[in-house]
Design a protein around this ligand. Structure first.
Ligand SMILES: [Mg+2]
Length: 311
């Protein structure tokens, strides 16, 4: 099923004719049912946070009511985010301020997925290019910060032996990226044996209060391009991350829809992993996103319209 024409939802709000509204609702309900493609009991939703439930420090109107509705309807759901700039506890606190009560385990974030994945691979020593708040997810490992590695490389000199690591982990360092830190990660990746390069998400950019900002992917790509080490992504849009979310809920991909504002990361990623994709016109959504050749199963004006469209 292709995306709904953009004016359907607007018409349903703008017209006072109850018959038209009911018809549009039915159309949307059919689309939602089709997008979830399973009986109600088997449906599940993965829900992006930034740009869907809130935008920066502002809740998106109706999101608290929508979360309450999901619970009342007993629709299994998990909030999935590529945010690595703050721990899940901080996200839970922020959502509480918006009137949304969640447990830490209601959220799946890349550091938790990456920590598990690295431990399974036998990695012990990590170079962390992640914000301080995220580093606690890697407490079980022997870790070095980029500054510590840069210092080690400086004191070793151009030809000296620097410390080996099993993996270089890259998250959303944002404004804390400097040439020296990026180059310390690059030099580590050039040591033999080559470390793993783990990306906590591959989001290209995000919508900060002051405008669009570079996210994790551009820095991971710079490191991969220079070193030739292929990154392993443990965040949206990687199939491994979506599978971890499905495993957590105990549901199948075909019975699950991902709702998000990023047509590449949320929608294309979900569809590649076998899920349905519901795009919202909030957050980073731009009308041009619908011309990229990626077809959402459903397009909604906002997360709150999930309730309208299903009733
Ligand atoms: Mg988003």
């Amino acid at each position: 099923m292709g995306p709904r024409p953009p004016d359907i939802l607007r018409k349903s709000h703008a017209h006072s004719d109850g018959k038209t509204r009911a018809k549009d609702r039915q159309t949307l309900r059919d689309a939602l049912d089709a997008s979830l493609s399973e009986p109600a009991a088997g449906r599940a939703l993965l829900i992006d946070l930034d740009g869907v439930v809130y935008r920066g420090d502002e809740p998106i109107p109706g999101s608290a009511e929508t979360v309450r509705w999901l619970r009342a309807e007993r629709i299994p759901h998990l909030f999935v985010t590529n945010t690595t700039s703050r721990p899940r506890e901080a996200i839970v606190g922020k959502l509480r301020d918006f009137g949304i009560e969640l447990a830490v385990d209601d959220i799946l974030a890349p550091p938790d997925a990456a920590s598990t994945w690295l431990a399974a691979r036998g990695a012990r020593r990590l170079l962390l290019g992640v914000p301080a708040a995220t580093a606690s997810a890697f407490d079980g490992f022997d870790t070095l910060t980029l500054d510590e590695m840069a210092e080690s490389q400086r004191s070793a000199g151009a030809t000296g032996e620097t410390q080996n690591v099993d993996a270089v982990v890259v998250g959303d360092l944002g404004r804390d990226w400097t040439f020296e830190r990026l180059n310390a990660a690059f030099r580590s990746l050039m040591r033999e044996p080559r470390p793993l390069l783990v990306a906590l998400g591959m989001t290209r950019y995000w919508h900060a209060p002051d405008g669009l900002r570079l996210d994790t992917a551009p820095f991971v790509m710079a490191l991969a391009h220079a070193s030739g080490v292929e990154p392993t992504v443990l965040g949206k849009p990687s199939a491994e991350f979506f599978q971890a979310a499905l495993d957590r809920l105990g549901v199948r991909a075909a019975a699950t829809a991902m709702i998000g504002d990023d047509i590449r990361v949320d929608i294309a990623g979900a569809k590649a992993a076998g899920l349905k994709g519901i795009l919202v016109r909030t957050g980073k959504f731009r009308p041009g996103d619908l011309k990229l050749g990626i077809e959402p199963d459903l397009v909604l004006d906002s997360f709150a319209d999930l309730v309208t469209s299903a009733q």
